[in-house]
Design a binder for this molecule. Structure first.
Ligand code: ASP
Length: 583
């Protein structure tokens, strides 16, 4: 008899592992009762399920078991009678016959069926009974994909000489950009710890501490509105390297990600390509381009350099996208909606052109375009009869962002559709936008090293300074970010000054972080990527909640534990906290 590696004192095999080769063996399996069918008074068919799968058990005497009872079944594996083989089930060629069934635990009927039908159930109910939801094949698979990724990442990082170091969960508030969760101090009422947005400052101090190559699969917490790819708590593969260039960091992280992907899909993705931030914005209108599909943004600014068409005249940037074969699908109503969408995204308007059978444009504005302009649009975009062309003319950033969003709206495939297209986005700008005081805001975080070629422009032309920051993107999801850090205090003070942070304020707020650098900080850089996001994409899930055992709902609550909850006045008093009435 073949002994299963999963055998225990109570079972010889897993339900889901039984196959033809087990025919004739007497086995014990344990699990939950799924479907139950009676044939007359004395014959019952039970589906018994464990984490690996389902097996059919034939019981010759009537027994009182119901859905989700926990049972131990003893019987003999046999071939299913001709005509009853189930091709959809890995165990579908066999069944366990002559079964005796021991009830290990009776169960209350579950609030939803423990199978694919639960996908249709209200998510709040699924999360309220998450422990039942987790029994399902889909969730079991997702948890296993997650474990496989964690394990492959650890192997890869250790193989590359990275050392796992844990960093604290109770930390000071840090300027990394996200809103923090605060934890009141009992010993010092009125003072607070923050929960870490990331181990950023600690990992940099580990470099000062001579650790050389650090990694951690770290829990990070950010009090930000939740979305499909965002939870309050999430896991990052966090890493930092001393004496390393951007290429070194990219190579190390690429290995870990590709190793993880290979562990799950069985296929090693090709080397990860690179695109500069400027090219990503210019071609795809986003800094997290989805390369699985075309509809690239096409440059038309020069075509309309001397145009008489008012909407395009004098625009800093004119660009277009071609939606192949879409002219017929888009009626007036939908085109109006697209135009509203473009305006909602910040454009002054949207020009649409349908390409007619003879190659001419059908559009209310066609008559304003010169023959030369129309010909150039057709040629640049490769427009063919039946295509729909969308054009935006505005400031460069607005033009690319609006078209980039329309490109995604119109053609982005669902997550489960391949292929996997990883891309490094490099040469991010140092600053993006300004705060209420008009100071530039850091695109990554304030500890990011400016691009060496642009350092001289830091004070004079900050918005055009590039940084040594990079993102890893997979199929339009930002997996993570990193940068080469500033290890020189003089440069750090210059960056703070551009951000409107005085030397005095910097010393007060970040002294604990900056002073240690005076004792000899090595040049260093690092990266962090979101494990939940990688798992979701590789598991084909649209929402990271599906790959987290106990996630929060979209509104940040946990229906299973009812948290967050008010606490006793006495508990608050110990912390020196009084809660103001609502509203
Ligand atoms: N701490 C950064 C983040 O969480 C990543 C890094 O720069 O290493 O985005």
């Amino acid at each position: 008899m073949t002994l299963s590696p999963s055998a225990t004192a109570m079972r010889t095999h897993l339900c889901g592992e039984l196959r033809r080769e087990h025919i004739g063996e007497t086995v014990n399996v344990c699990g939950w009762v799924g479907r139950r069918r009676e044939h007359g008074e004395h014959l019952a068919f039970l589906d018994v399920r464990d984490h690996l799968g389902v097996v059919q058990c034939v019981v010759d005497n009537s027994i009182d078991v119901r859905s989700e009872y926990v049972v131990r079944v003893t019987g003999v594996v046999r071939a299913r009678p001709a005509g009853t083989v189930n091709d959809h089930l890995p165990t579908g060629e066999i069944e366990i016959g002559e079964c005796t069934v021991e009830v290990l635990r009776a169960a209350t009927p579950p609030p939803f069926p423990i199978d694919a039908r639960a996908d249709e159930v209200d998510e709040n109910i699924r999360l309220q009974y998450r422990y039942l939801d987790l029994r399902r094949e889909r969730m079991q698979r997702n948890l296993r994909v997650r474990a496989a990724i964690n394990s492959a990442v650890r192997r890869s990082m250790e193989g590359q000489g990275f050392v796992e170091v844990e960093t604290p969960m109770l930390v000071p508030s840090t300027p990394e950009g996200a809103r923090e969760f605060l934890v009141p101090s009992r010993k010092e009422p009125g003072s607070f710890y923050a929960l870490p947005q990331s181990p950023q400052l600690f990992k940099q101090l580990l470099m000062v501490g001579g650790v050389d190559r650090y990694y951690q699969i770290a829990r990070c917490l950010r009090d930000e509105d939740l979305r499909a790819d965002r939870q309050y708590e999430f896991m990052q593969l966090d890493a930092e390297m001393s004496f390393a260039s951007q290429d070194d960091v990219l190579a190390a992280i690429s290995s870990a990600v590709l190793d993880a992907a290979e562990a799950v899909t069985g296929e090693r993705p090709p080397e990860i390509e690179r695109v500069t931030w400027h090219d990503a914005m210019d071609r795809f209108g986003v800094d997290k381009p989805d390369l699985r599909f075309g509809l690239e943004l096409v440059e038309l600014t020069d075509v309309f350099g001397a145009t008489e068409f008012k909407a395009f005249a004098g625009a800093a940037a004119v660009k277009g996208i071609r939606v192949p074969g879409a002219a017929g699908e888009y009626g007036r109503n939908q085109l109006d909606k697209l135009t509203d969408r473009a305006k909602g995204l910040g454009a002054k308007g949207l020009v649409w052109l349908k390409v007619a059978a003879d190659g001419s444009f059908e559009s209310p504005v066609a008559k304003f375009l010169s023959a030369g302009e129309s010909a150039a649009v057709t040629e640049r975009l490769g427009a063919e009869p039946g295509d729909l062309v969308l054009i935006v003319a505005d400031e460069w950033m607005t033009t690319v962002e609006v078209l980039g969003q329309l490109r995604n709206d119109l053609a982005r495939p669902p997550v489960h559709e391949g292929p996997y297209r990883y891309v490094w986005v490099v040469d991010f700008p140092m600053f993006v936008g300004t705060d209420e005081q008009g100071n530039p805001k850091p695109a990554h975080h304030p500890f990011t090293m400016p691009h060496p070629d642009d350092l001289g422009d830091l004070e004079t032309d900050p918005m055009n300074v590039r940084s040594q920051a990079y993102d890893l993107v997979l199929n339009g999801w930002e997996l993570g970010s990193g940068s080469i850090r500033i290890h020189d205090t003089a440069i750090q003070r210059r960056v703070f000054s551009v951000l409107g942070i005085s030397d005095e304020e910097a010393d007060r707020k970040f002294g604990f972080f900056l002073n240690p650098f005076e004792f000899g900080a090595p040049p260093h850089g690092g990266f962090a990527f979101g494990v939940d996001r990688l798992v979701a994409i590789l598991a084909g899930e649209e929402n990271i909640r599906e790959v987290i055992a106990f996630p929060k709902t979209q509104s940040g609550t946990d229906p299973m534990t009812s948290s967050p909850l008010p606490v006793d006045a006495a508990q608050l008093a110990t912390l020196g906290i009084r809660v103001l009435p609502k509203g």
